[in-house]
Design a binder for this molecule. Structure first.
Ligand SMILES: Cc1cc2nc3c(=O)[nH]c(=O)nc-3n(C[C@H](O)[C@H](O)[C@H](O)COP(=O)(O)OP(=O)(O)OC[C@H]3O[C@@H](n4cnc5c(N)ncnc54)[C@H](O)[C@@H]3O)c2cc1C
Length: 401
């Protein structure tokens, strides 16, 4: 019989959701084991973009982004509408409202932080089996050991191994979006570009700046009829030849690595947030913003809520209900509104109209940037409990007139 260790919480996956769950639970005094099948630093196919919401969570967790040499603060965002109109959104000179950092470095730093906070972190360790009993769950690890805890947080990404082990017969989920990414060097533009190409709508292409003339370049689109691996690859190659993207990249841009693709799960279903003694966080909980495809801030929100829910104590129904309530309170209305807006932005007419509206006045530009970067919640207008004095006129994180 293999050795069995006991913890207050076992976290499977040490991406943003897993490390943040561990930090949140450690800060509340729990004894935490985190496992990840990868060894850090490891790449994760991502745009590497951090919104104001993600930056705030990182500050709350205690990660010093400025200490990472590969971190770039974004000072200006440029949107390109389907008609080619460009809208410039310079950020305030003080503070940080958006940033870009390769996930290899961000995730390794978060794993290290979780370790420093006292979590037991085992890299290169996968999960072979999960069994849930009346008062604890047991995770059999790929190294032959077994870990037991009252609760497990599955933060193991889009293809959640824990979910598959619990429900081996469930159909495979290909995700709501699919996105491509490739690193380039020789890009001499420090601005963050979002290009709304007509045939990608409501998806978009991006050029996100990194230090040293590097850039993270990619595109994402919702999955639908006719969108498969072959068409996506053809779209990517075609996109790289388009004048708009070539102009942003400049004449010296060279790819650094092969392009990589990965699904994006953006369909919040409250019933899938919990499964007895297992709570799902981050991509494993499908909490990516369905309008932008951004999921790092949402991974942090669910992770912090999961750590708090387990630390709050109680049986599985009580902890599960606490977690689902917290996710609903912080993300529910925002993700539902984003899903509705995504459908509207699928039309070139409405996308052009929306971007014309954004560009009307300094006030509309400023508030759009604040909204886009999650400086205030997406569905703020629809949720009076979050209203506060000066919510649109105050400086917020994004102050430029
Ligand atoms: C191309 C692309 C671009 C994107 N751009 C952005 C962006 O710019 N900004 C943004 O906010 N979001 C972006 N996203 C979304 C973002 O990448 C995800 O939402 C985010 O990574 C979710 O974090 P997570 O911790 O939930 O999952 P992940 O980052 O996927 O981490 C899951 C972890 O679980 C581990 N794991 C998996 N299986 C096992 C197992 N069996 N045992 C142990 N460990 C396991 C993995 O090794 C991994 O470390 C993008 C996504 C894609 C695909």
């Amino acid at each position: 019989m293999c050795a069995r260790e006991r913890f207050d919480l076992v976290v499977v996956g040490a991406g943003p959701a897993g490390s943040a769950t561990a930090i949140s639970a450690r800060d509340r005094g729990l004894d935490v084991l985190v496992i990840d099948k990868a060894t850090f630093p490891r790449d994760k196919t991502c745009g590497d973009g951090l919104t104001t919401g993600a930056l705030r969570s990182l500050e709350h967790l205690g990660l010093e982004l400025d200490a990472l040499p590969s971190y770039a603060t974004v000072r200006e965002t440029v949107l390109v509408s389907p008609s080619g109109r460009t809208i410039s959104l310079p950020h305030p000179p003080t503070g940080q409202y958006a940033g870009v950092v390769p996930r290899a470095d961000l995730d390794a730093a978060l794993v290290e932080l979780a370790r420093r906070r006292g979590a037991t972190v085992r890299e290169g360790t996968g999960v072979d089996e999960v069994s849930v009993g009346p008062d604890h769950a047991t995770v059999t690890l790929s190294d032959g050991r077994a870990a037991e805890a009252p609760f497990v947080v599955a933060a193991d990404g889009h293809f959640s191994a824990v979910r598959r082990l619990l429900h081996p017969d469930a159909p495979a989920d290909l995700g709501s979006w699919h996105a491509f990414r490739q690193y380039f060097r020789g890009v001499d533009d420090p601005r963050l570009w979002v290009l709304f190409e007509e045939d990608l709508l409501p998806g978009y292409a991006w050029v996100f700046p990194l230090p040293g003339g590097r850039a993270n370049v990619g595109f994402g689109i919702p999955r639908g009829p006719g969108v498969d691996g072959k068409t996506l690859k053809a779209t990517w190659l075609d996109l790289l030849e388009r004048d708009r993207l070539r102009t942003v990249l400049g004449p010296d841009a060279q790819p650094e690595d092969p392009q990589r693709a990965w699904p994006i799960p953006a369909q919040l279903e409250p019933a899938r947030l919990t499964d007895g003694r297992v709570l799902f966080a981050g991509d494993a909980a499908s909490v990516v913003d369905p309008m932008t495809g951004e999921g790092i801030a949402q991974a942090f929100e669910t992770a912090i809520a999961a750590g708090a829910a387990v630390a709050g104590g109680g049986d599985a129904p009580a902890v599960g209900a606490r977690y689902r309530r917290a996710v609903e309170r912080t993300l529910g209305a925002d993700l539902r509104l984003a899903a509705r807006l995504q459908r509207v932005l699928g039309s070139a007419f409405w996308a052009r109209a929306a971007l014309r509206t954004v560009d009307l006045t300094p006030w509309t530009r400023r508030n759009f940037a604040r909204w886009m970067y999650e400086d205030y919640p997406r569905a703020l207008l629809l949720t009076p409990r979050r209203w506060r004095r000066g919510m649109f006129t105050g400086p917020g994180a994004y102050r430029t007139a």
